[in-house]
Design a protein around this ligand. Sequence first.
Ligand code: ADP
Ligand code: MG
Ligand code: MG
Length: 889
Amino acid sequence: PKLVYDFAEGGKDLNDLLGGKGANLAEMAGLGLPVPPGFTITTEACRAYLAARREPAGLREAVSTHLAALEVKAGRALGEPGDPLLVSVRSGAKFSMPGMMDTVLNIGLNDMTLAGLAARTGDARFAWDSYRRLIQMFGKTVLGVAGERFEDALDKAKRDKGVDADTTLGVEELKVLVEEFKCIVLAATGRPFPQDPRTQLDMAINAVFDSWNGERAQLYRRREHIPDGLGTAVNVMAMVFGNLGADSGTGVAFTRDPGTGRAGVYGDYLRNAQGEDVVSGTRNTVPLQELERIDKRSYDELLQNMRTLESHYRDLCDIEFTIERGRLWMLQTRVGKRTAEAAFRIAVQLADEGLISMDEAVGRVDGDQLGRLAFPRFEAGPSARPIATGIAASPGAAVGRVVFDSHTAMERARSGERVVLVRRETNPDDLGGMIAAAGVVTSRGGKTSHAAVVARGMGTTCVCGVEELDVDAAGRRFTGPGGVVVAEGDVVSVDGSSGAVYLGELPVVQSPVVRYFEGELDPRGPEADELVAAVHRILSHADAVRLLEVRANADTPQDAARARRFGARGIGLCRTEHMFLGERRPLIERVILADTDAEREEALEALLPLQRADFAAILAEMDGLPVTVRLLDPPLHEFLPDLTELSVRVAVAGSRGEPVERDRRLLAAVRRLHEQNPMLGLRGVRLGLVVPGLFAMQVRAFAEAAAERAGAGGDPRGQIMIPLVGAVRELEIVRADAERVLADVAARTGVALAMPIGTMIELPRAALTAGRIAEAAQFFSFGTNDLTQTTWGFSRDDVEGAFFTVYLDRGVFGASPFETLDRDGVGRLIEIATAEGRARRPDLELGVCGEHAGDPASVRYFHQVGLDYVSCSPFRVPIARLEAGRAAV
Ligand code: ADP
Ligand code: MG
Ligand code: MG
């Protein structure tokens, strides 16, 4: 296989093979943009290296060939003492993993070539600075020397000189520092810093390969569900220098604001700096606009390049660039990460600009982002005064206790506390803490600092560059203007949309997007902002193209009404258990405790009108749309008192000589009904078979409510759903009863009722015998919560703490099967049931009513399987609508 591609040979479609960075560098080179020459070692080479634990055959030779070509293009050679070529070695996987993999700059410098670099550039200070950076980066990322060793030495050199920026260290100090760095390397590794440039190159390439399996990279992949087997590409490219004086510099740019989506010039620029200086936040950057004043020619060229890239990629791009003595170089681009708000606005803007279609616009946003937009925000009360304000890097309203290090953040979060991580700046080692924290605050760094980029990617609230804060991590406190001291454990509120940090807990208000869902905000009216308008247009388009219908799980008229406002087209699951609680508990107790049929019938008789009123109210809210009522599902003992409590009560009352007859009977019933595994016990259709009259009462109540409504000119569309069926015979028995009741109600009221009867598919046996079951069912609704439990054989209520963390860590599942549908197992059952059910009854209606119906990845799957609808909680209805639309475009 071809293990190395020149930039001139690649392109953005070779993402899998060249990684995002390499593919896009090649793409930019192809567009004629100024990219330094270079080549990319493929992800395939990385996979081979990781599998065999050594370089695949032919790799060194291929690198030599491409290096020779690079030397010709650059006009200088690696290791040439008079005029050395320097290169960077950069990782770049298929999915961007910000800050995860380490880049080494200035490869090719050694004691000999140093003089040549100084002579060519006429800048000895620069050459020495580049050398100390090489030893530092190489030492840390390739040789694994603790980074603080170098940082401490650098800090000490600065302190000794009495300066705070490394740009003010002179040649003499840098020479001393380089010697010191070399000693650090020797002491830590037992070997001198490698002087041979090709050795440096090969070691760096292997280090990038190895970094794929670094701890940080693994953590990030797990969190983002990126497969472990992809591997990273390695990019080798000629160095250009932003640290060659005041007419040089390096920066980051966005073609639109990644925070809000507004068009304009966004980015950060740092003069006389190299690579990581901008993103690390160790020095303060200037806004990109200022580059116009500093170097107008480069600025204009950059803006022109940005336009080229945006119309070529047809999306927001982010860019890394460097200016070397007035000459602009493009070092990286990719379709940029953005906040949820920006994603919606940009999608609609690009559609309006004619760059993309509305179908594509729908594909550019996702349900998680929509969910994030529904988060509450802080109330902008006049009394609330921020301690300090920084850069609004990632929106949201986070309230939590202040912590100063990643470890404490994770520990406190594990014990259920909400925390805000406060750092001077973050680096990849802080990732664990950033994941655990509700919000992140840094005192240094711009919109493109590590903290900002990572937080945006994760949807975590972040304010960065709050320069007025003096963060004392060791002392576990920070000081704000006016001497306010905030210690670890104090509560702060962080507004990622405005950049303000407040002391104490601020009240939060509803998001305008939720007000729009609720119908309180007209998306075309004056009060609606651009965001609400964008959400409205995207959702409308999703509704127009989607094939999956979206219904809601709603048990009360209030929920039904909300679901309808949120766009649900009916109720896919109306649970009835809560209708037997509260004041009605004694009635259901009487049903359970009845000694004779007459007693039981009497109790059911009393429940009937109440239940009828429940259904009438829900049918009224959902007039004209299907309402699927599930007959009683949970084990009966859930309606009786707790065994221990009741035993105590009976004993105490008995000893006082109080009347205990009723409680005694209750106790006997509780004992009789007690089950070791209630989840696998007397519930669902089994109850219907064992307790005479219970299901019939529910069916009668529902039918009477529907008949009444139809008689009054309404349009009730009731459906009756039998839970937990495993065998067709169960369904046939209950169904026959139900049909008798329906016929009776129809006869009495004179209203012809069309109420389909169907079943939930939530046992593997039901799925496997779906063809038979479809003979008796007019619809199936996959109860994916129970189906997941019964397929895996573990209970969702018990496992989460017990072993899920271990299972996730060890890769048994990528995500909890209760959150995202397990396609291989549970999905297989769904596919069997779908195929066999439809084969037996072509007009069989198929839906899903588990939690998965509101999960983006699962909705896409249900679309692919070809189900008719998903039914989720009212709040997730807009998310399901959007995801169903995305699945269809
Ligand atoms: P990351 O993936 O973490 O962004 P990069 O590979 O982009 O890492 O490199 C880190 C920094 O080094 C970036 O600022 C990048 O622009 C800079 N850099 C990489 N290669 C070169 C080069 N050949 N010349 C100058 N700067 C470079
Ligand atoms: Mg980069
Ligand atoms: Mg169930």
